[in-house]
Design a protein around this ligand. Structure first.
Ligand SMILES: [Zn+2]
Length: 54
């Protein structure tokens, strides 16, 4: 039901799983399970990988 947010690249982190990498916060989306990263302005986006933008 909440997955529709993930389709629009709006994820929500598992709070206990969020960690500081030295550059930004990263964590795992509690809805779809992808690796996500926090934006400066707030909000979470899927992390880009070397394999591609998705
Ligand atoms: Zn998600």
């Amino acid at each position: 039901m909440m997955r529709v947010f993930c389709l629009f690249n709006r994820h929500r982190p598992i709070r206990e799983d969020v960690e500081w990498t030295g550059l930004h916060h990263q964590g795992t989306c509690k809805t779809c399970g992808v690796l996500i990263r926090r934006l400066e302005g707030g909000g979470w986006r899927k992390r880009r990988t070397k394999k591609g933008l998705n």
